[in-house]
Design a protein around this ligand. Structure first.
Ligand SMILES: Nc1ncnc2c1ncn2[C@@H]1O[C@H](COP(=O)(O)OP(=O)(O)OP(=O)(O)O)[C@@H](O)[C@H]1O
Ligand SMILES: [Zn+2]
Length: 594
């Protein structure tokens, strides 16, 4: 058994989550964490809402709320979305907690004392009409590198390069269209070039990452430069230095505080678990694995900037330095697991750019496992992939309902009708053995795929076993074996054993229906545990989190022999079939636009 940190990208609390978000970070990380727990590893899955930055303030202005009220509102919405989808966080928290402030300031101080953070003047954008600082992501213009027209002041979504607003050609404020003015302002910078050689050596040692991520990260290193980690604004973590701490309009930049969330959430989880040092086993032990899940526009933060911060805080860059005892030596990511984009008609599903299908709406109509299945089997794991209602209907009807749901239903229904329970097998034929061997063997193949972050290959292999079982039933025709009940019992026993196996194989992907199938096969108690919304407090702040008791679940990654004689009730359908017309029109709340 080993310890594994599943570090999941932090959603920005400026709106509800859309299906693109959960395809990029949500479902992949949960499949991984659930599988790893089933395989006997000690998993810590953490994340939270990213709540600082000017984009929250702008949203708050638009809605007539304070930044705090906006963060509260969308944090709660996001918690509900992620809970509904069954994402098994050990802790899903937020960045506006006293604990997070403290950990961010610790990291800042470690970097500052080791020399990797320094002060410098920079050109900052302000709005000429209001005199207010104009946030990077609200400045748009042409990318100086690739020529993309809608590049943002912080980054180009087309070529993925980090930008400064002053780099943009024809910069314009997205708020009112005016041309920003650039003025001098003093800020703190992260000296990434001073950790670049160490970053390069570390990246060279990462051999099994997805090739797109590795290549992209190496390219980023070629253009590495110092990066501002403070901003002129009043919503964020204060700078923990004398003379700066109380400055009303200087705060730590949102991207810097958000990546530290992986660490602060682990610290918070440890405090809540009753063992305040429990996070160290996941962060300070070089034997522990850490896997970071996100969409591709966040690769730079996880494969270059976050490891750069960790190297600096550890005193392991060109300037040397010391390790702060409170932090210990912090381990760099084992792997950055990035998805490509879920698109609609070729454009990224995005709340800031219009086209969206929100998770909450989706769950209310179709339930969590249909979305989880779609994302796992047809999501953007290795390339940008269009979501279409047509494909969703097809996958749900032909694969989930016809293949898997029907296998479960007819096997249990026949055993219920003929035996009232799980029949005992007689002597096995070659066909029986071949199917049982295939499903027993799938634990290794599917498990290897998931452990290697090949989620699509994993579910495809699990569904291949489902297909074999359906073919077996069609070939054996147990419904025609009235005159040979012993053979019929054997066939149904074999089919039910493979239903049980396939259900285990599908549990990381379809935990809600897995619980139902477990119960339909006579199981009692929790098979696949789900996250719960738990209200907690830190100082004066009280807020909802997600937590779960996953250690108490029964699901383990192995074939469980079914027990003859276990009573079986008449099954109810596992997945409802969708009206085919939905594929042409989309649901009324997300109609297909022309
Ligand atoms: N369409 C998408 N496909 C895959 N991953 C996505 C998609 N949209 C966002 N993500 C990922 O979701 C995570 C959370 O992103 P965040 O909350 O910052 O929103 P965002 O990327 O700004 O999205 P939006 O464009 O909707 O505002 C990031 O890792 C991001 O890469
Ligand atoms: Zn570009």
């Amino acid at each position: 058994m080993s310890r594994i940190l599943a570090a999941v990208a932090w959603p920005y609390a400026n709106g509800p989550r859309h299906i693109g978000h959960v395809s990029g970070f949500g479902v992949p990380s949960d499949v991984f964490a659930r599988y790893m727990r089933m395989a006997g590893h000690d998993v810590l899955m953490v994340s939270g809402s990213d709540e600082h930055g000017t984009a929250i303030q702008v949203k708050a202005d638009a809605e007539g709320l304070t930044a705090r009220e906006t963060a509260d509102k969308y944090h709660s919405r996001i918690v509900a979305d992620l809970q509904g989808l069954g994402l098994s966080y050990d802790l899903y928290t937020r960045t506006t907690t006293p604990n997070h402030y403290h950990v961010v300031q610790e990291i800042f101080t470690a970097l500052y004392e080791n020399g990797y953070v320094f002060a410098k003047t920079q050109m900052g954008a302000i709005s000429p009409s209001t005199g207010r600082t104009l946030p990077d992501r609200f400045i748009e213009g042409t990318c100086p590198i690739c020529g993309y027209d809608n590049a943002r002041g912080d980054q180009c979504d087309n070529c993925g390069n980090q930008l400064d607003p002053a780099d943009l050609i024809n910069p314009k404020s997205k708020i009112n269209g005016e041309t920003p003015e650039f003025v001098e302002t003093e800020h703190f910078f992260l000296d990434l070039p001073k950790v670049a050689p160490q970053l390069a050596a570390w990246l060279d040692s990462r051999e099994d990452w997805r090739p797109n991520v590795l290549k992209f990260s190496h390219n980023l290193l070629k253009e590495i430069r110092e990066r501002a980690i403070t901003r002129d604004l009043d919503w964020g973590v204060p700078i923990p230095l004398d003379g700066w701490r109380d400055a009303p309009m200087k705060r730590i930049y949102v991207w810097f505080d958000a990546v530290i969330g992986y660490l602060s959430a682990a610290v918070e989880w440890a405090k809540r678990s009753g063992d305040p040092d429990a996070w160290r086993a996941f962060w300070n032990d070089p034997e522990a694995g850490s896997y970071y899940f996100m969409g591709k526009d966040n690769i730079v933060f996880h494969s270059v900037i976050w490891p750069g911060i960790l190297l600096g805080a550890n005193g392991q860059g060109e300037l040397g330095g010391t390790i702060r005892p409170e932090l210990g030596e912090l381990q760099l990511p084992t792997e950055v697991v990035s998805s490509e984009f879920m698109t609609m008609k070729g454009s990224k599903v995005s709340s800031s750019r219009g086209a969206s299908i929100f998770v909450g709406d989706f769950l209310a109509e179709f339930g969590p496992d249909a979305l989880r299945y779609y994302i796992a089997v047809a999501g953007p794991e290795n390339q940008d992939t269009d979501f279409t209602w047509d494909e969703f209907v097809r996958r749900t009807n032909f694969e989930l309902a016809n293949e898997w749901g029907n296998l479960v239903n007819r096997s249990i229904a026949m055993a219920h009708k003929n035996n009232g329970g799980i029949p005992a097998p007689g002597e096995l034929t070659d066909e029986d053995r071949a199917l049982l061997d295939a499903s027993a063997g799938a634990f290794d193949t599917v498990g290897e795929h998931i452990a290697a972050r090949r989620f699509k290959a994993g579910i495809t292999e699990a569904m291949r076993i489902v297909g074999l079982a359906n073919k077996y039933l069609s070939d054996m025709e147990p419904w025609k074996l009235k005159d040979d009940p012993a053979r019929r019992d054997t066939v149904l026993h074999v089919a039910l054993q493979v239903v049980s196996d396939a259900n285990t194989l599908l549990t990381p992907y379809l935990p809600h229906s897995a619980q139902k199938v477990f119960e339909a096969l006579g199981g009692e108690g929790i098979w696949a545990a789900q996250p719960a919304i738990v209200e907690v407090s830190d100082g004066d702040l009280s807020y909802p989190t997600l937590q779960g008791d996953y250690a108490a679940q029964q699901a383990t990654w192995a074939s469980r022999p079914i027990q003859p004689g276990t009573p079986l009730a008449k099954p109810t359908p596992l997945f409802a079939k969708l009206d085919e017309k939905l594929g042409e029109t989309g649901p009324s709340w997300a109609p297909i636009a022309d």
